[in-house]
Every structure is written in structure tokens, then in C-alpha cells.
Design a protein around this ligand. Structure first.
Ligand SMILES: Cc1cc2nc3c(=O)[nH]c(=O)nc-3n(C[C@H](O)[C@H](O)[C@H](O)COP(=O)(O)OP(=O)(O)OC[C@H]3O[C@@H](n4cnc5c(N)ncnc54)[C@H](O)[C@@H]3O)c2cc1C
Length: 423
């Protein structure tokens, strides 16, 4: 089968859901960008283990990180559906490059936007979403990410005009490259979640920061996650986000959107696996016919297509609900759970269809599985999503109980321009 007709199968069969012209245009723009700027060179960055700073700047310039931010800070204000489609399309083309999307366009700038003063927002957010500075969001510690607050040992001690943070953070993605990040530490060890404070951190400017990249199986060698050692690391008081004790509120609100962006990426990985599997099943000839003619291979292809379509409906629905300012914590958890399951299923089936070649590094289906596993864990593990969904269903704890009550900025509605015009 020709390249063109395989592409037709992959794109048209899986695009049956109605999309507005605007969203289709965004998807096509991202695809063009990835094909022109990233796909031809990303293997080189991986081989060299080189951080693709210049590519991130180009992606920022193309608007790939600013979809949920207002124009006054350099965003496009297109919304969560657009942001999700961007994540999906980037991950479908090269999920390794999309490893920093949260740091540039979601959790890091969102924390600053939600919890920061107008001055902090205008100082830091535009450069992050433009890809000019590299972001980071560090919440997790080695004691366990699913109970981030309960296990938090990093402590920020007030010392005049600065805080000095000491402790160790785990899985701090991009901490070895970051210019401006957000880090969470306790300011009161006995106050539970109300003892957690958020800080804007600038490791290139202040002493006490050491990031060590972690060797990971099947994940990017260019965009790394780290163990982070903090030894009296300095943060000026003016770089605290919100008041002392407001950190947990800020990160919980941010993670809702973070879950959605991970769901978009998982959908992109599922599609990459599906497209590679369809292409291979049409090309690989055994006993005189393409293996795609074998019914057991068809069964695998059908299951992948069904799962992807179902995930897409959920993920886009969650994004649309967020755009409409509807309570969406529960639906975001459902979408993230389903999409990460779909990514795992598709990665597994694609690898089987490739036979032995599915284990060779040369074929991306051999390592896409590691990303599917990551999406199952990161931004709230699968069990944590299920607990939230079940407790809501059982009436023990409503997932959307905080909707509209956090008192934080609303990224889609509040425009810092309004604040600035008052000052
Ligand atoms: C590559 C990578 C990049 C990352 N990047 C970042 C980053 O940039 N910033 C950041 O802050 N963090 C980051 N993380 C951390 C990530 O968010 C955590 O890994 C995640 O929150 C899970 O925490 P954990 O790995 O400590 O697992 P644990 O919390 O120890 O969980 C272990 C297992 O127990 C299960 N479990 C937990 N609680 C329950 C329960 N109540 N009931 C039943 N089962 C339960 C979990 O589902 C999981 O299967 C990253 C992780 C990875 C692997």
C-alpha cells in the first residue's frame, strides 16, 4: 500500500469526530512544524545527548506553548482543546521533544500565572511560553509522589530578605537546564498541606542547586529528569508565589490542566503506535501476503482503533469542558486514565505486530512503550485517578468540590492586561 493511502487510513479513520476549522488548522500547523523543524534533527540531539534549546525556542515562537495563556503575556488564548491537540500532534510526531511541554506551556507557567502577582506573571510567563527560558516544576520527592505533601521534607527557612531551601527533590524534569522554575517546599513542617509554599527558582542566578540526570529506560537522552540536591539554595522573598502555605492549592489547581496535557500526549503516542503498526502490517509480507490480511493482526489493529477513538472523545470532552469553565476535575481524571491505558495497549500491540523488529531501537515502537508507561504514572498515577473517580461515584469525596472556589486567577478569563491597566 502506498504512503498516501496509509496516511489516509490513519488520519481520516481516526478523525471522524467533528473538529472546528480553527482546531484543524492548529493541528496541521503543529504537524508542519514538527515535520520541518524537529523530526529531521531529533535523533541527532538524542545521540549527542544535547538539550534542544534552539528547537524549544522555535516551538515557542510558533506558539506551541501559549494556547491557554492570554495575549497580554504572549499567549494565543485559544484554549484547552487547542492545547490538547497541540500536545497530541507533537507527541505523535516525536514524543521525546514533547517531554518539556509541561515545563514550557503547562505546569510551570500555569503555577506562576495562577499564584503570582501581576509583576511576577509579566516578568516570567512570557519568556517561558516563548521558549526563551527553560521551565521546571518540582513537587515530587523520593518518599513517594502520590502523597507529595505527606512525604515532603525539603524545607525553606526564612533568612531576612531570602529563603534558604535545603532538601532533595526527585524526578525534577529539566532541572539540569532550567532558567526559571517552580519548586515546592515546606515552610511549616506541622501544618500539613497548609505548610507547603511555592517558589519561583532561578538556579543559574543563585547558589545551592545541583541537578543530576537519572538514567532512564527508553526515555529521551536529551530532555532529562533529575535528582535535585538543594543546599541552602537561595530564593529572594519577592520570588515566593502567593503567601506561605498556599503552595498546595496552587499545584492542585495546576495539575488538573496538567492531567489533560498528559492525556493529549498519551493520545499522540497511541496514534504513533497505530500508524506505525498499520504501515508495517501492510508492508510486511509473509507467505505471499501482507500480515495485515491475517485476521489475528486485524483484530489487534481494530482494538487499537477502537481504543483511540474512545480516548479521543473523552480527552476532547474534558478539554472542551475546561474551555467552557465547567467542573472538569473528574472528567480530566477519566480522560487521563483512559488515554494512558490506550497508549499502553497500542504500544504493546504495535510491538507485537513488528515481531522481533519491535525490540530494535531503530524502530520507535520499541521505546514508545516507555512513554506509555510514563503517562500511566506521571501527573497522578493510574490508581490515584481511579481513587478520585471511585470516591466521587460513591459520594465520599466529590472530585469537583473545589470548582470556582480556589480564589486563584483563571488562566482563560483573567487577563493581566486588566490588572496592569488598573495600576
Ligand atoms: C520520567 C518522569 C518525569 C517526572 N517529572 C516530574 C516533574 O517534572 N516534576 C515532579 O514534581 N514530578 C515528576 N515526576 C514524578 C511523578 O509525578 C511521580 O512519579 C508520580 O507522582 C508517582 O509517584 P511515585 O513514582 O513516587 O510512585 P508512588 O507514589 O510511590 O506510587 C507507587 C505505586 O503505588 C500506587 N499507589 C499510590 N497511592 C495509592 C493508593 N492510595 N491506593 C492504591 N495504590 C496507590 C501508585 O499508583 C503506584 O502504582 C516524574 C516522574 C517520572 C518517572
Amino acid at each position: 500500500m502506498s504512503e498516501v493511502s496509509t496516511k489516509k487510513i490513519c488520519e481520516e479513520n481516526l478523525m471522524s469526530q467533528e473538529m472546528s476549522e480553527e482546531i484543524v488548522a492548529v493541528r496541521d500547523m503543529v504537524n508542519r512544524f514538527m515535520q520541518a523543524e524537529v523530526v529531521p534533527v531529533m535523533n541527532g540531539y538524542e545521540t549527542r545527548g544535547e538539550f534542544p534549546r534552539e528547537l524549544i525556542r522555535k516551538a515557542g515562537e510558533a506558539g506551541l506553548y501559549g494556547a491557554v495563556f492570554p495575549e497580554s503575556v504572549g499567549g494565543s488564548n485559544m484554549g484547552y482543546l487547542a492545547a490538547t491537540v497541540i500536545q497530541e500532534e507533537m507527541a505523535r510526531n516525536d514524543v521525546r521533544f514533547s517531554s518539556c511541554n509541561n515545563q514550557q506551556g503547562s505546569t510551570c507557567p500555569s503555577c506562576i500565572y495562577l499564584g503570582g502577582t501581576t509583576e511576577q506573571v509579566t516578568k516570567y510567563v512570557p519568556n517561558l511560553i516563548a521558549g526563551k527560558t527553560i521551565g521546571m516544576m518540582s513537587l515530587t520527592e523520593s518518599g513517594g509522589g502520590s502523597d507529595a505533601e505527606g512525604n515532603m521534607k525539603a524545607f525553606a527557612r526564612r533568612d531576612g530578605d531570602v529563603y534558604r531551601i535545603t532538601g532533595q527533590k526527585m524526578w525534577a524534569s529539566m532541572a539540569n537546564e532550567t532558567d526559571v522554575g517552580v519548586l515546592f517546599a515546606k515552610t511549616d513542617r506541622d501544618a500539613g498541606a497548609k505548610g507547603v509554599t511555592a517558589f519561583i527558582v532561578q538556579p543559574k542566578k543563585y547558589p545551592g542547586w545541583k541537578a543530576e540526570p537519572i538514567a532512564m529506560h527508553g526515555l529521551s537522552n536529551a530532555l532529562r529528569t533529575n535528582v535535585l540536591f538543594l543546599d541552602d539554595f537561595v530564593v529572594p522573598v519577592e520570588d515566593r508565589l502567593g503567601e506561605e502555605g498556599e503552595g498546595f492549592k496552587i499545584i492542585m489547581r495546576t495539575l488538573q490542566a496538567g492531567r489533560l496535557t498528559v492525556a493529549g500526549k498519551a493520545l499522540g503516542v497511541a496514534r504513533a503506535c497505530f500508524e506505525d503498526a498499520v504501515r508495517y502490517a501492510n508492508e510486511r509480507v509473509l507467505r505471499g501476503q501482507p500480515i495485515g490480511r491475517l485476521q489475528m493482526i486485524q483484530s489487534e489493529i481494530a482494538e487499537m482503533a477502537i481504543a483511540i477513538e474512545a480516548s479521543r472523545v473523552l480527552v476532547y470532552k474534558a478539554a472542551q469542558m475546561m474551555d467552557d469553565s465547567q467542573p472538569s476535575n473528574r472528567i480530566a481524571a477519566i480522560a487521563k486514565y483512559h488515554a494512558s491505558q490506550t497508549a499502553k495497549l497500542c504500544a504493546d500491540k504495535a510491538q507485537q505486530i513488528f515481531g522481533g523488529y519491535g525490540l530494535a531501537k531503530e524502530y520507535r515502537v520499541s521505546w514508545l512503550k516507555s512513554y506509555a508507561d510514563l503517562f500511566f504514572t506521571g501527573e497522578g498515577s493510574a490508581n490515584v485517578q481511579k481513587i478520585m473517580i471511585a470516591e466521587d461515584a460513591l459520594g465520599y469525596k466529590m472530585a469537583d468540590r473545589h470548582h470556582g472556589k480556589t480564589g486563584l486567577r483563571d488562566i482563560r478569563k483573567d487577563d493581566v492586561a486588566a490588572d496592569l491597566s488598573k495600576s
